[in-house]
Ligand binder design. Structure first.
Ligand code: HPA
Length: 236
């Protein structure tokens, strides 16, 4: 099947792709960290840039928010020839020790059965895990370049404004360090469509520390995102 949203020819997409939710983050990476980056898709606001990082051809693609939107982009990037995708996103901390700007490298992603992944695999739960070699590389660079890094599993939520008051306590007691919305979909599709995936997340809020519950604006997170992005680009 031909991509219906990213309407570009395969030669405009690199084999290695950084996938991000926020178009502002994609532009920041393209303008500040890549060389000769070109905006090759704007359709549906799924902005896609292709350029070079230290001589290596890299694309940066916007996947939007949540499982349904991001699944479309991961599928279409794969159709266009992508072989490796690393998500660079933000996450809400469930661990009290995680501060704004800290990094989580996602060793796995829990999800509630059903939803988008359930549409692909209705009869079981997927082993939503990253490629271990890519993850190790990413963690090593993250430690070196960013410094404040935690390795652990995340929960990929389908509802940012879910109303369960016990949410943070419950998922932390299940061993989850942070919440975001797309890593489980990325890892499930990596298994189903045979590409390599990993994810690096910058903490934008902390759900269990008073005064830190609100998402920080992307400008405030920029210094941390820049370091995390460098770690992702080095790993790629
Ligand atoms: N919840 C869900 N997704 C997120 C959050 C959050 O608190 N922070 C960043 N992405």
């Amino acid at each position: 099947m031909k991509p219906q949203h990213i309407r570009v020819s395969p030669d405009r997409v690199a084999a290695k792709v950084v996938v991000v939710g926020d178009p502002a983050r994609a532009r920041f990476i393209a303008e500040h960290l890549l060389e000769d980056a070109e905006l090759v898709n704007e359709e549906r606001c799924f902005h896609l840039y292709t350029g070079f990082y230290r001589g290596e051809r890299i694309s940066v693609a916007v996947h939007g928010v949540g499982a349904a939107s991001s699944a479309i982009v991961f599928e279409e990037l794969r159709m266009l020839g992508a072989k490796v995708m690393v998500r660079l996103g933000t996450a809400g901390a469930l661990m009290p020790e995680l501060d704004i700007g800290d990094m989580v490298v996602a060793t796995g992603a829990a999800y509630v059965h059903g939803g988008t992944i359930g549409s692909y695999v209705p009869d079981a739960c997927m082993a939503t895990a990253p490629n271990p070699l890519l993850l190790t590389k990413l963690y090593d660079y993250a430690k070196r370049i960013h410094g404040r890094v935690v390795l652990g599993p995340v929960f990929s939520s389908d509802a940012f404004y879910a109303e369960d008051p016990e949410f943070a306590k419950k998922w932390f007691s299940r061993g989850i360090v942070a919440v975001e919305m797309e890593v489980a979909t990325l890892y499930a599709l990596a298994a189903l469509r045979r590409f390599d995936a990993a994810a690096a997340l910058v903490i934008s809020d902390n759900l269990v520390v008073p005064g830190k519950e609100e998402l920080r604006h992307h400008r405030e997170l920029e210094p941390y995102v820049e370091k995390a992005a460098k770690a992702v680009l080095e790993a790629l």
